[in-house]
Design a protein around this ligand. Structure first.
Ligand code: FES
Length: 169
């Protein structure tokens, strides 16, 4: 999802205030991106273009830094944030098939959020629950011993409100 014109206008004055603090050098790019992400919650393309213009950088330079660092995200986070483990223990037990099932079913890749803002997917390394591999967390709650069907059933239960965040699934 990206910001619409109205949303971007709301953020632009504050974004410009952030940018004014900097002298306009490329060395400051990471710091500027940190502050911009804190302000908006993520770094949509439109904001990246403003940053590039103010720091006199090519937009491609800014977007390559955003995609290089895991900390930065070009997409807003969904209401339900799925982190799926692709660490060694989970990988050998089939996490790749689960990832593909989720990507196909919900139409998002790692780092993306569904258009309705409900679901985000992140592929991560070892969630520290290897004994339950393959594992994912949904908003921080772990679900283990997954297979592709079980994983989407759990995600659907969150989306349908059948699993509330505070419940144990
Ligand atoms: S490798 Fe997946 S939880 Fe450790």
């Amino acid at each position: 999802m990206s910001l619409n014109v109205k949303e971007l206008r709301e953020y632009e004055p504050e974004l410009m205030n952030i940018l004014k603090k900097y002298s306009g050098s490329e060395y400051e790019l990471i710091e500027v991106l940190h502050e911009a992400q804190e302000l908006i919650g993520y770094l949509p393309k439109e904001a990246q273009k403003i940053i590039a213009r103010q720091l006199d950088l090519a937009p491609g330079r800014v977007s390559s830094v955003v995609s290089f660092y895991n900390h930065f995200s070009e997409y807003s986070k969904g209401e339900f944030q799925v982190s799926l483990c692709k660490g060694t223990a989970c990988y050998v037990k089939g996490s790749q098939e689960i990832i593909e099932k989720i990507e196909n079913k919900y139409g998002i890749k790692s780092g993306q959020t569904t258009e309705d803002g409900k679901l985000s997917l992140n592929i991560v390394r070892c969630l520290g629950a290897c004994g339950l591999s393959p594992v994912m967390t949904v908003n921080g709650k772990a679900h283990g011993l997954l297979n592709p069907e079980k994983a989407v059933k759990i995600i659907d239960s969150y989306l349908n409100g059948k699993i509330k965040e505070e419940e144990n699934a």
